[in-house]
Design a protein around this ligand. Sequence first.
Ligand SMILES: [Ca+2]
Ligand SMILES: [Ca+2]
Length: 197
Amino acid sequence: MVPTTANISVKCLMEGYYSGSGLMAPVLNMQGVSTSLTVADSVTVRLHQAVSPYNEIFMAKVATELAGNASLVIPANLANGNFFISVSHRNSIGVWSSTPVQITNNLLYDFTLSPSNSFGNNVQLVDPLLMRYGLFSGDINQDGIVDGLDYNDWESDANNFGAGFISTDLNGDGVADGLDYNLFEVNNNNFAGVVQP
Ligand SMILES: [Ca+2]
Ligand SMILES: [Ca+2]
């Protein structure tokens, strides 16, 4: 059989962007860099080898819809392989799949429905009614943890009335202010950080 590419989707919600009913806000629009009302932001999806040291073998930065779906095409040489899937986002704690996943065409890997889909159950409950889970907000400098370094970035933007496409805008309303700090503080106090194999 001739190998073919695989169209896959991953589904992630970002805690700070969550607006209810299973949806995120159209953050790129609110930050003034997109006219789209159906796109939330972008995420980076990676495939990693299933065995230690879990080397990254594929990466794509793709748009994520309000419901969290991000679609991408996996090259034919990787389709049907078994890989860990990770997702990172510009101001969130990234997640890894709980196990290696076979990359078949039309695969949907959903990080939102159950914490057990994330390695180490490392997601935040964002909707107690619908039981939806999302990526912890607050890793502004993308070093894998939420801590004082992220606070420094937030403080700088907040003091300067930062607005627009800025990672310190944790709730995605277009400005850096105290509402973003509130998101940071909870995850800072809980030592939110990446958990990976
Ligand atoms: Ca950080
Ligand atoms: Ca904000």
